[in-house]
Each structure stands twice: as C-alpha cells, then as structure tokens.
Design a protein around this ligand. Structure first.
Ligand code: MN
Length: 284
C-alpha cells in the first residue's frame, strides 16, 4: 500500500495517478495526553490504520497532481543517517579536496552514523529553500526506511521485520568542514516522499535502481546493492546505539554524482518500486 499525507494533514492511499482520502482511518489512533509519545502515532499503529483503510469504502478521490504532498511521517522521533555508504561516492570525495573537507573522508565503519534534526523535514509538495546562497549546497538521493516497531540491539537477520515501509529521502547538504548535523539540518533539507510504500509491498530493499536528475540532467544513478553497509546491517548498527521507535527514519546513504543545486532548479528523484517525486528549489 502507498500511504501519503497531503494538503491539510489528510491521509491518503495512492492508487495509480490518484489519491483516495482515507483520513477517517486515523480515528483508530489512541487519544494521547501530555506528555505526547516520542514516536509517530500513525506509524506505531499502522496495522490498525491499514485495517481501517481496508474496511472503509473510501472517501473522495483526487488526482495526485492536484494535491500537496507532505512528509509521509508526521512526527518522526529522529532521523538517523549514514555518511559515505557507497564506495563510488567515497572515491569522488577522496578525489575532490576542494569540495569535500578531509575530516569527512572516512568509511562508514569509522565515521559511524549521524543525526539530522527533525525540524528539517519537508514533503514532496514543498520546495527546498536555499538558506546560505554563498555556500555550495548539494543534492543527495537515498533510500529512506521508516521504523515500525520499538526495538534495540536488532540482529541483522531480524532487521527487515522492524521496517514499516520505505520512502525516498533527499539529504540536502551544505559542503564544508562543519559537523554534518549542522550542514544537513537546515529547514527543508530533509525531504521525504512522495509517500510511504509499506514494507510488505516493497519487499527486499537490495537491488533497487534509483536515479536523480536536476532540470532533466541525470546526476545520480545507482543501485542499493552497492551499499557498503546494507539495510539490515544499518538497522543492527543503529539499534546497537539508539533505541529505534516507530516513525524513526534511517537515511541509508548517498551514492556518487552529488552536485550543487540553486534556486530555480527542479529535482526529480526516483527509486524503483517506490515511485518518483519532483521537488522545486527556491531561495529562502
Ligand atoms: Mn546523505
């Protein structure tokens, strides 16, 4: 199932080029009181939400082209991200000393993971806003996975069972010497979309082709089989440091072909099996 959030926090199911409004299914969510949970309630209750969607006869249907898509996860607790997780990207980083600070030229096993602020979250229907036009700001396309269960110290062989679904992640990045969490956490620099594809429908996350173009020009083309640390290994590694909660997102890493973006650009990001999203770039 392709589950999206759109317009004024509506819940939808994507069917072909249309979205069916299934917001009523959110009535199965528990009523929360303060303090609110530190996970995403919709993802935490996803099986019940899906059952409610399947039981309903469905609401209004609109063309996808007429709605504004929001991040498919509304309240993620954290964004965990993998740095330099494709060898060909590490090679381009090593070769370009001017663009990539030497402090960041290490393999993921040595660097570990980093966190992006959830306030940087944005959906497919909103533009990326360039905040520091004097700095080089790059696109990065990544397979992003959404955790479905509270878990800790997950074994690699159990890892796929804790995933609720998959989406496309854009990890927008200012190049430079500062900590990644600073350069990658600006408002709108963590795009998720266009929807959540449930894990049962996506299947094995390895072997997925993906491509990013800017204004129609191909910039990045890669396959998740080339991940240095694959999806099960990333979940095992991350969950050995942090408890993972429903709605937490893991950005699995960016391949070769990064390049700058500027106001006026149009980014197209496609992952085989999930779909395509097109995101505009504007000045702040
Ligand atoms: Mn990245």
């Amino acid at each position: 199932m392709k589950i999206c959030r759109f317009d004024d926090n509506r819940l939808g199911v994507v069917e072909g080029d249309n979205v069916r409004d299934v917001t009523d299914a959110l009535s199965v969510l528990p009523a929360y009181t303060y303090p609110l949970p530190r996970h995403d309630p919709m993802i935490a209750n996803l099986p019940a939400v899906i059952a409610a969607i399947n039981a309903s006869q469905g609401g209004a249907v609109k063309p996808l082209s007429e709605v504004t898509l929001l991040s498919p996860v509304a309240n993620p607790g954290k964004f965990v991200a993998a740095p330099v997780n494709y060898q060909a990207h590490l090679d381009e980083v090593i070769a370009d000393e001017e663009t990539f600070a030497r402090a960041h030229v290490r393999k993921i096993q040595e660097t570990g993971l980093f966190l992006k602020a959830t306030s940087s979250m944005s959906g497919a229907g909103a533009p990326i806003e360039i905040h520091h036009p004097d700095r080089r700001t790059d696109h990065e396309i990544e397979l992003a996975l959404v955790i479905g269960k509270t878990c800790r110290d997950v074994a690699p062989e159990d890892a796929l069972s804790v995933i609720a679904g998959y989406t496309i992640g854009l990890d927008i990045t200012i190049r430079g010497p500062e900590e990644r969490s600073l350069r990658k956490s600006l408002d709108t620099y963590s795009v998720l979309g266009p929807w959540l594809l449930t894990a049962d429908e996506f299947g094995d996350p390895s072997g997925r082709d993906f491509v990013l173009t800017v204004n129609g020009e191909e910039r990045q083309k890669a396959n998740t089989s080339d991940l240095i640390m694959d999806v099960p290994a990333l979940i095992a590694f991350a969950s050995s440091y942090y408890t993972l909660y429903p709605g937490d997102v893991i950005y699995t890493g960016n391949p070769e072909g990064v390049g700058p973006i500027a106001p006026g650009d149009k980014i197209s990001a496609t992952i085989n099996g999930i779909g395509q999203m097109v995101v505009d770039v504007i000045a702040q």
